[in-house]
Design a protein around this ligand. Structure first.
Ligand code: ATP
Ligand code: MG
Length: 281
């Protein structure tokens, strides 16, 4: 199945999150049956990152948003596993520090965008400012609308500077969130992930869904699209995200650069060196 077509938020459409089943898994049966496809995309992603790095002409920005326990960390672990850390960075955006809060909301984000040849993943992002900000009424409706426009202008600036932007909302159900919180309680190796904030935000679930819907509808653009990924099944989420990233990168029509040296001459030197070393041994 083509997940880019299936999960994209079409610019101009009015997406309703309630219409998307977080437990959707296409015709895939299980993690085991999807394992081969997941591995193929991982390989493709690995090769594509090498190409992006070598070509040094394009940048890729991946934005990840989700409710708490939505699977941002797991997704990052999966896709970063395919990429060489020399060419890929992850930035996690937390509650703004006082200096960050004293500036415009894009100030802290801009230094982390990818340069040519690089991939940057945002674990949360500038979208928090139209999500938490709106849910907790830190900004009014008019300011929120202005921020959508600021975000679109900012992303357009990046797109105009050879950056491809892909944005994922990892969509889990409210029940799945609670199940994951429970796993965090039961598993000592996950206890550290529990925070009181998780439970504080849960009663605002519906407000968050409304805020996500509006933000995704207002900011999904041809060159900076949003995808809503059904994410109750972690393996399906990894499959869909990897396919979308691989196909997006393939569309960038990248090529390995021409060698900077004359290969015929280098080959001649290589054979001369080989012959000399063989004759003296
Ligand atoms: P984890 O999976 O480890 O819980 P996390 O991304 O939830 O990852 P936390 O440290 O738990 O990390 O939470 C970060 C918090 O920072 C979130 O509650 C998020 O809403 C908040 N945050 C991020 N950006 C902003 C912002 N611009 N304004 C207000 N709050 C923000
Ligand atoms: Mg958290």
């Amino acid at each position: 199945m083509n997940y880019r077509k299936k999960f994209i938020v079409r610019p101009g459409d009015k997406l309703k999150l309630a219409d998307i089943d977080p437990a959707f898994k296409a015709s895939e049966k299980s993690a085991e049956t999807a394992a081969e496809a997941i591995e193929t995309y991982r390989q493709r992603l690995s090769n594509l990152q090498k190409l992006l790095y070598a070509e040094n002409q394009h940048a890729l920005l991946v934005v990840l948003q989700a409710m708490d326990a939505g699977g941002k960390d797991g997704t990052i672990g999966h896709v970063m596993g395919a990429w060489n850390p020399q060419g890929a960075t992850v930035t996690s955006f937390k509650t703004p520090t006082p200096p960050e809060a004293a500036h415009d909301f894009l100030w802290r984000v801009h230094p982390h965008v990818p340069g040519r040849g690089e991939i940057a993943i945002f674990n949360r992002s500038h979208y928090e400012d139209v999500l938490v900000g709106r849910v907790h009424k830190l900004i009014d409706k008019a300011s929120c609308k202005r921020r959508y426009e600021d975000i679109c202008a900012f992303e357009e600036l990046l797109v105009g500077n050879a950056t491809k932007i892909v944005k994922f909302f990892l969509h889990i159900s409210k029940e799945e969130q609670l199940a994951r919180f429970e796993q965090r309680l039961d598993d000592p190796s996950r206890n550290w992930k529990i925070s009181e904030a998780d439970y504080k935000e849960r009663p605002y679930w519906d407000d968050y869904m409304d805020a996500y819907e509006d933000a995704l509808n207002a900011t999904s653009k041809k060159n900076a699209p949003w995808y809503v990924i059904p994410a109750n099944h972690k393996w399906f989420r990894n499959l869909a995200v990897s396919q979308i990233l691989a196909e997006t990168m393939e569309d960038m029509h990248m090529h390995y650069p021409e060698p900077s040296v004359d290969l015929t001459e280098i080959r001649r030197q290589y054979h001369a060196a080989l012959a000399k070393e063989r004759s003296s041994s």
